[in-house]
Write a protein that binds this ligand. Structure first.
Ligand code: FEO
Ligand code: CA
Ligand code: CA
Ligand code: CA
Length: 647
């Protein structure tokens, strides 16, 4: 055929222009279709989505959640009863990071705020809008995809689903609550941001800004640990703590310790209980990128997304049995291992934006920058090394502070190059608190929130408004190595800007973007970059348009825009069928107004409040359905000629 006569290109598509419209834009020859939006019934029995947002909490538990994020396609095997490599039928598993209350709730009356009255029913509906969806999907004869609504694999995991707590921190006193006196089971997973997937057929969902759901009623003095993880009186303003005591830290001081983990889910076992894997540490997890080392160890790379936080990796104790990928032993590989944190050094040549690095193990015996071993640091004081280890994992950020890890410009997604398991990329999305003189201190007195570190070679711009992507190669290309070499793949920005703020030379007028966030390689070795930044299209952001997705050649560093999202959205999460002929991309929070310059105005010139948006949900974005409130959704991207995506 004509298709097979043309070899696959690294960037074999025509770039699309920046745009600020209310639609998904893809290159000529491609088609993009919204699929499985917020509120879609999860199976044939589930209630229909109500366009006025009047569905109940019980309804939402049986419907696709809100704010789609990380995603993975798991093909079925030939028998259709387990994981395999089929590109025509599989399980699409995806995260629901948060909710947009201004679109998620129906105001009770035209005069009322979504907050009034705030009830346990509303909190439960919000909790049900979070978590993970497992959807059985099938390709039709015309190449489009359908949801198999009568399949037993369809499943929602949400903010009240029972989840096991496993690993070194399970059962620690800080993990115990009145409802769970053993510290081994928690209700729910929240703020499910990026994801990972394993070669043994499981999905990893990553809990990011869990702090925002907690608050306190009455008097409370914030502890050092609460401060380090950002637990505040009112959190995101979701009000759950006012009606559900689980989220009131005065009533349940340990409940926040049970969030901020990576959760492993077996999508092929619909009744299986998800598991929080505490060996991978507790922080604001973005995603989880797996690499199998030559010696069989499983390495998981992870970023903690907040200004001036760290990059971590987990190295398993056990080894992967490649001959029996779905073996019971492989499925236990995330139970035990060593957590490391990264330090990026300048290397032999100053100011060349390249350098060397060290992975510092977070163990009781590791000596911090203050000269004390972690077992002698008061944050981790305990009677046994086993308990010191549990504390190091629960307070991973403080352990990283103590050992002098490098504060980064907001680590978002990590991606491993499939052509070299020791070659790893991470997005550093932006950082408004870079360019000062204060760093996180090992005693917890100065921490994220007040720190403003100086520029360094790996984070070279003060007030980094556009973000960058850094990459490293582990010594000997071995993911378990404890040293690496790094360089900067791209500094985003404006080509007209020179000097300290200048972008790298692979940025030009045709590929402007800001705030790289989602990041993934396809199996061909193409690097896909997704953005979550300013869509004002003016000032520093002129010419960038809406949030978007670009493809890059990791060798030449060429970057080309592939997709632009609708108004107000972020583009986050991507996966492919094994044949690379279908790509699934998530469009998150279309219509989220934030500081958008086109935010609807009242006749007196004042901007719309959240309450006014709730009453006028089609005032701005109406994606994906004209005349309806905006809904996060997956987008199915195909080529009209049936070819591979991007090639
Ligand atoms: Fe959920 Fe850091 O993005
Ligand atoms: Ca250097
Ligand atoms: Ca993100
Ligand atoms: Ca982001």
């Amino acid at each position: 055929t004509a298709e097979s006569a043309v070899p696959e290109q690294m960037l074999g598509f025509t770039a699309v222009a920046a745009s600020s419209g209310d639609a998904v834009v893809v290159p000529a020859g491609y088609v993009a279709t919204a699929f499985l939006p917020w509120g879609e019934p999860i199976n044939a029995q589930a209630p229909a989505w109500k366009p006025d947002a009047s569905n109940t909490a019980a309804d939402q538990e049986q419907q696709v959640g809100d704010n789609h994020d990380g995603i993975h396609y798991f093909g079925f095997n030939a028998a259709g009863n387990g994981p395999g490599d089929r590109s025509d039928e599989g399980l699409l598993v995806f995260n629901h990071e948060y909710i947009n209350p201004e679109y998620f709730y129906a105001p009770d009356t035209d005069a009322q705020d979504w907050r009034l009255p705030f009830t346990l029913e509303k909190a439960r509906k919000g909790q049900a809008g979070h978590g993970v969806t497992v959807a059985h999907i099938r390709r039709k004869a015309d190449g489009s995809w359908e949801h198999v609504k009568n399949s037993p694999y369809n499943r929602r995991i949400h903010g009240n689903t029972p989840i096991a707590i496993q690993g070194p921190a399970a059962g620690h006193p800080l993990m115990k609550t009145a409802a769970d006196p053993t510290g081994t089971e928690v209700l729910g997973t929240l703020n499910n941001c990026g994801n990972g997937w394993t070669p043994w057929g499981t999905y990893l969902t990553c809990e990011e800004n869990f702090n925002g759901y907690f608050g306190w009623n009455g008097e409370h003095t914030q502890t050092v640990l609460e401060k380090r993880y950002g637990i505040t009186q009112d959190g995101f303003g979701y009000l759950w703590h006012t009606v559900d005591s689980r989220f009131d830290v005065n009533a349940n001081p340990n409940e926040p310790h049970r969030f901020g983990w990576i959760v492993e889910i077996d999508p092929f076992s619909p009744t299986s209980k998800p598991v929080k894997r505490t060996a991978l540490g507790r922080f604001k997890h973005e995603n989880a990128a797996l690499s199998i080392a030559p010696n069989g160890k499983v390495v998981v790379y992870m970023g903690c997304d907040e200004r001036n936080e760290y990059i971590y990796k987990f190295v398993s104790s056990g080894t992967f049995d490649a001959a029996n990928p779905y073996s019971a032993a492989n499925r236990r590989l995330l139970e035990e291992g060593t957590l490391y944190v990264a330090r990026f050094d300048a290397g032999a040549t100053p100011a060349d934006k390249m350098g060397t690095g060290v992975w510092i193990p977070l163990l009781p015996s590791t000596v911090g920058v203050d000269g004390r071993a972690l077992r002698n640091n008061p944050h981790f004081a305990a009677s046994s090394d086993a308990e010191v280890r549990a504390l190091i994992l629960i307070k991973a950020r403080q352990a990283a502070d103590a050992v002098g890890a490098t504060m980064m410009d907001r680590p978002e997604w990590v991606a491993v190059n499939p052509k070299n398991p020791g070659n790893v990329y991470v997005t550093l999305t932006n950082n408004s608190r870079r360019g000062g003189t204060t760093s996180n201190s090992p005693d917890g007195t100065t921490t994220a929130g007040s720190a403003r570190p100086p520029v360094d070679e790996a984070n070279p711009r003060a007030n980094n408004v556009w973000g960058h992507i850094i990459r490293w190669t582990e010594a000997g290309n071995d993911p378990t190595a404890t040293t690496f070499n790094w360089d900067i793949f791209v500094l985003a920005g404006q080509p007209s800007v020179v000097g300290e703020r200048a972008p790298s030379s692979n940025i030009n007028a045709n590929n402007l973007f800001n705030s790289p966030d989602g990041l993934a390689f396809d199996s061909f070795g193409r690097l896909w970059i997704q953005t979550d930044g300013s869509f004002s299209n003016s000032g520093d952001y002129a010419g960038m348009g809406n949030n978007q997705m670009l493809a890059a050649d990791p060798t030449t560093k060429e970057i080309r825009r592939f997709l632009v999202g609708p108004s107000g959205c972020e583009v986050t999460g991507v996966t492919w069928t094994p044949d690379r002929k279908t790509m699934f991309v998530n469009i998150q929070h279309p219509g989220e107004l934030g500081s958008h310059p086109n935010r609807p105005k009242n006749p007196d010139g004042s901007t719309f409040s959240d309450n006014q948006i709730a009453r006028n949900p089609t005032a701005f974005s109406q994606w994906p359905n004209a005349g309806q409130r905006p809904r996060s959704a997956t987008v199915v991207v195909r080529r009209l000629d049936g070819g591979v995506i991007g090639g």
